[in-house]
Structure formats: structure tokens, C-alpha cells
Design a protein around this ligand. Structure first.
Ligand code: AVI
Length: 316
């Protein structure tokens, strides 16, 4: 077992999470090929409002965002976790119209995501100077011309999937890579009527349930395990007092599952929870506090017309 877990981070994290009390599985493992496709289905559901709200912000307010940027010399736009580019293209178009030359550097762990993005952006904005990078965010940064001013993009509300201390640690890493005057545009989901949030994460079609259950399918496939998916359910809960959506898998009976690859058996009590994801919702005040904790100042919050979501512009 030791050799397998030492060379396989998924095996290592599953072992750690399913032997912990309380149990957990890190949400970063949602995104294998099937999980990424289910996430695209989530983004297409009307109940999952963040995608539409951020699309509205970037398609309608990109010229205003560009006006807040002081760059007059060639600069870099560095996007972490870029998605398919359908939202970002509006911002890039506004920068092209503004006239100051820039290089667009999207970074993603998935080559498939980079290929789709590259095709979409080249089609929408022919002639754009684009240098896509595949791999770890910070390793990819080492190859970039850091002498130029930079705008960093971290869109989609991804920061909400980090616990407070981890979010601050990640933002501090961004901060270290930036120069004074560099800017960061952060997509952040806002607190709102709790029913709107609950519906976005507990949809009646069961798409978010499949997104979570896919973690079990992945354990079966990659760790040669024998989990019976019918013996697990999905549960999620929004707490309007702290702005946290927490998602879980629930064991429907006392059971054990075996992984042949790990040569390990995991034990579950009836109704035992496996925590899978945090999706944090912010207030404008908590955004200012979070930015300040990592050394940034908030310049402006660009919100959709319902004030459900913000692209929050920060400066170092
Ligand atoms: C990727 N992330 C911002 C999504 C969210 O809203 O937390 C992932 C997600 N989980 C359930 N639905 C969507």
C-alpha cells in the first residue's frame, strides 16, 4: 500500500479522507473528464445562477473594468483556471479595443480545457497575442516575462471552494508573484436569499448529486474499489449565518468498502457523512477583509443587476 499511496496523490487523499473523523474527500477530485462534463451541465442549469451572472458582468461591464486599469505600456493578462473562454472573451475584446498591447496567458491543469479555450478565443478574437500554459498555476508562472505590468484573473467563484485559511494562503501566493500596481479580478459569489442559493446546489434534476456521486465512481475505477452507489446519497446545506454551502455524501447503511489497489477496507456507519465541498458566499465587507488579509485593496466591485455575484477588482 505504501508505494501506491506515495506515488498517487488521489490514493493518498482518499485514504486520508476516508479514515479521518469526520470523513472528507477533497472537491478538486470532482474534475476528472466525466466530472468536468457534469460541471458544464451544472453551469447550464438556470438554478445555478453564478455562471449567468458573471457572463452578464463581463459582457456588459468590460469597458468599465478596462477603464479602472492604469496600464499604458504592454502588459500581461494571466488567467488561472480559465474554463472555455466564453466569459473572458468579452473582457479581452474590450482590452483589444482600448488599444494598449497585451499578452493573454491562460493557465489550466487540463490540456483539454486549454485546447477548447484556444480554439474559442482565436475564433472570437483573431490576431490576439495568446500564450497558453498547461500545468500547475505557480510552476507555469516561472516561464512568464514578469517585467511587464499584469492583470491576474481568478473568475467563476473558484475562491469560494477554499476554506478561509487556504483562501488567504492562495491569495498570498498570488500577491508574492505580483508587483506593486498589478491587479487581480476575482469572481466571488455573494450572500443572498438563502432559497436561491439552496436551489443552486440542491437541484431537482439531481445533476449536483451526480457531480458528487462521481467521486465514488472515480474511487471504484481508479482505486479498484467495490462501492455500491445505491448505498450512498447526496446532501447539501446552506447556512445563511456564515455564508457556507457544505456538501456531503451520506452512507445509507452500516457498510464497508474495499479497495483492491490500496489493499484497504473503509468502514461507514449508517448516516455517516463524507464532506465533499465548501462553496463560500461573501458579503462586500467580507471581501474587503479577505483582500486586506492577503495584502490587497479593493478598487471596485462589478456586480450583476441582481447583485448576486461580483467580479471584484483588487490592487497590490
Ligand atoms: C467550481 N465552483 C466554483 C463551483 C461552486 O459553485 O462551488 C462548484 C460547484 N459545486 C456544486 N455546484 C457547483
Amino acid at each position: 500500500m505504501k508505494t501506491t499511496t506515495l506515488t498517487n496523490p488521489f490514493a493518498e487523499d482518499v485514504t486520508k479522507g476516508l479514515t479521518a473523523s469526520p470523513k472528507f474527500l477533497p472537491s478538486k477530485y470532482f474534475y476528472d473528464d466525466r466530472g468536468s462534463r457534469i460541471f458544464m451541465e451544472i453551469m447550464a442549469m438556470p438554478e445555478y445562477y453564478p455562471t449567468g451572472c458573471e457572463f452578464e458582468i463581463l459582457s456588459q461591464q468590460s469597458p468599465a473594468i478596462v477603464n479602472e486599469l492604469p496600464f499604458t505600456a504592454p502588459f500581461n493578462i494571466i488567467e488561472f483556471g480559465c474554463g472555455d473562454g466564453m466569459k473572458t472573451k468579452h473582457l479581452l475584446k474590450a482590452f483589444m479595443e482600448h488599444g494598449v498591447p497585451f499578452t493573454y496567458i491562460p493557465i489550466d491543469i487540463s490540456q483539454e480545457a486549454i485546447d477548447v479555450l484556444e480554439a474559442n478565443i482565436n475564433l472570437a478574437l483573431p490576431g490576439i497575442d495568446m500564450q497558453p500554459q498547461t500545468g500547475d498555476y505557480f510552476e507555469a508562472l516561472t516561464g512568464i516575462d514578469s517585467g511587464k505590468p499584469a492583470l491576474f484573473l481568478f473568475l467563476g467563484g473558484n475562491i469560494g471552494n477554499y476554506k478561509d485559511a487556504e483562501a488567504i494562503a492562495l491569495l498570498e501566493k498570488f500577491h508574492t508573484q505580483m508587483k506593486a500596481g498589478d491587479m487581480l479580478l476575482m469572481g466571488m459569489d455573494l450572500q443572498k436569499n438563502p432559497r436561491v442559493i439552496q436551489k443552486a446546489y440542491d437541484d431537482s434534476y439531481g445533476v449536483t448529486k451526480s457531480f458528487n456521486m462521481n467521486l465514488l465512481t472515480r474511487i471504484n475505477r481508479e482505486l479498484d474499489a467495490d462501492i455500491n452507489l445505491d448505498q450512498f446519497d447526496f446532501y447539501c446545506d446552506y447556512n445563511p449565518q456564515n455564508g457556507e454551502v457544505n456538501s456531503y455524501l451520506v452512507s445509507l447503511k452500516k457498510q464497508h468498502v474495499h479497495s483492491a489497489l490500496l489493499n484497504t477496507t473503509f468502514y461507514f456507519e449508517k448516516d455517516e457523512l463524507v464532506w465533499t465541498e465548501l462553496s463560500k458566499k461573501y458579503t462586500l465587507e467580507s471581501i474587503t477583509t479577505l483582500a486586506g488579509s492577503a495584502g490587497f485593496n479593493v478598487v471596485h466591485n462589478f456586480m450583476d443587476c441582481m447583485h448576486y455575484f461580483t467580479d471584484s477588482l483588487w490592487i497590490k
